[in-house]
Ligand binder design. Structure first.
Ligand code: FAD
Length: 391
């Protein structure tokens, strides 16, 4: 026999748990299914185990999508303050770390426990360790086959996330399912991911472990945070942020002296004509980096012996140092996936597929990708909320 529900939600991650809890609490009979042994595994590893669960500066311009307006409606109807109110109702202690990023004082486990508790309040039937077989649609009903039998509902929510960190159970299942129902998929690519540098940039590999505040730029992305040199290339928050904007073949520009005023090297020449460039850079940057950059700038001798033009050019290079990464560290290391189910096939109010009534897609599976700093979870909560109101 078949078991009937009002909605079947595939994926008990951030978006699926939120959507299931809210729909259940609205009186819907909800089945929530995941192949992992426990729900919310990415929540558990998020934010270094403390879950950066939202960002108080959430705004649509902090998300990438081929349709930049798509996220606006859902984000405005379920805000960072709304999620924070839920966290506080559960007595979970939190703090703002930096740049509006809210973290648990204790553990990400508290966020998963909260969502599981909210699901229980909505009498959600949560099944983990499930292997989802065939998914079909006929006569207004979606059917899914699990080992224990067949289940059906007039609504099906795709909440299985994106393929980043496959060893956590992440898959491209959402895209396969979307295509099965005629939805388009914007080419998925790793985002919030370290970038690799080609062998020609080997000098910088020797700087592995050096971190410094920069302004990193790529395309429309511009981020003032720390960059970190690694043995393979570049990482740190500023680099993770611009990686979401980076496409193969493009440069990343780095301002290594964001705190120095324009004309700083010329002023240094007047104040310290006998100093070598390297000495002046050492005041502004970590020693090993100062050395590597001054070698590459090839400014020999003391500042006083340099023309103003040469120093202006050196400063200009320090403010827009060009790297051409030869790749990223890929889905294995990407915190999120950019691209995904094309929003042009979805309603921005309800997340329902325009051409397949009853089919919904939420969370990271959709072509909406947030900046680093709690924005991706806020999208998961907000899109889950939007669908839950419509189910
Ligand atoms: P997920 O949370 O990935 O949930 C998808 C669920 O679907 C999973 O439970 C998975 O097991 C299940 N699933 C997948 N395929 C199948 C299948 N074939 N059958 C059945 N079930 C399936 N974002 C932030 O905002 N703040 C952070 O601090 C943060 N830290 C992060 C740290 C790391 C290391 C990583 C990898 C990501 C981090 N993110 C963070 C991003 C955030 O975790 C995701 O954007 C968010 O989890 C997406 O929610 P989701 O519900 O769409 O997908």
């Amino acid at each position: 026999g078949e078991t009937d529900f009002d909605a079947i939600i595939l994926g008990a991650g951030a978006a699926g748990l939120m959507c299931a809890a809210l729909a259940g609490q609205r009186g819907k009979r909800v089945l929530l299914v995941d192949h992992a042994p426990e729900p919310g595994r990415k929540i558990l590893i998020s934010g270094g185990g403390r879950c950066n669960f939202t960002n108080i500066h959430t705004a649509p311009d902090r998300y990438l999508s081929e349709n930049p307006h798509f996220a606006r409606s859902a984000l405005s109807r379920y805000t960072a303050q709304d999620f924070l109110a839920l966290v506080e109702r559960h007595g979970i202690a939190w703090h703002e770390k930096t740049l509006g990023q809210l973290f648990c004082d204790g553990s990400a486990r508290q966020i998963v426990a909260m969502l599981v508790d909210e699901c229980a309040r909505g009498a959600v039937d949560l099944r983990c360790d499930a292997s989802i077989g065939e998914v079909s649609h006929a006569d207004g009903l979606f059917r899914i086959a699990l080992r224990e039998g067949s289940f059906r509902a007039p609504a099906l929510v795709i909440a299985t996330g994106g393929p980043s960190i496959p060893k956590m159970g992440a898959t491209g299942f959402a895209y396969d399912l979307a295509r099965q129902f005629g939805l388009k998929v914007v080419q998925p690519r790793p985002a919030l991911v370290p970038l690799k540098l080609p062998p020609g940039e080997a000098l910088f590999r020797e700087l592995s472990g050096v971190s410094t505040p920069v302004i990193a730029r790529c395309g429309e992305g511009r981020f003032s945070e720390a960059a970190l040199f690694t043995h393979r290339g570049l990482s740190g928050p500023a680099i993770l942020q611009v990686s979401s904007y980076w496409h193969r073949g493009e440069d990343v520009g780095i301002d290594f002296v964001p705190d120095r005023e324009s004309g700083w090297l010329l002023a240094a020449k007047r104040a310290r004509p006998r100093a070598a460039l390297r000495r002046v850079l050492e005041d502004a940057l970590p020693g090993r980096l100062a050395e590597a950059l001054s070698q590459r700038l090839a400014v020999e001798g003391d500042l006083g012996s340099q023309s103003d033009k040469a120093l202006a050019a050196a400063e200009q290079r320090l403010r827009d140092w060009r790297f051409t990464p030869d790749g990223s560290e890929g889905f294995a290391k990407a915190e999120v996936t950019a691209g995904g189910i094309d929003t042009r096939g979805l309603s921005s109010k309800t997340m329902e597929a325009v051409k397949v009534p009853g089919l919904y897609a939420i969370g990271e599976a959709v072509d909406v990708t947030g900046w680093l700093g709690g924005y991706n979870f806020q999208w998961a909560w907000a899109s889950g909320f939007a669908a839950a109101q419509a189910l």
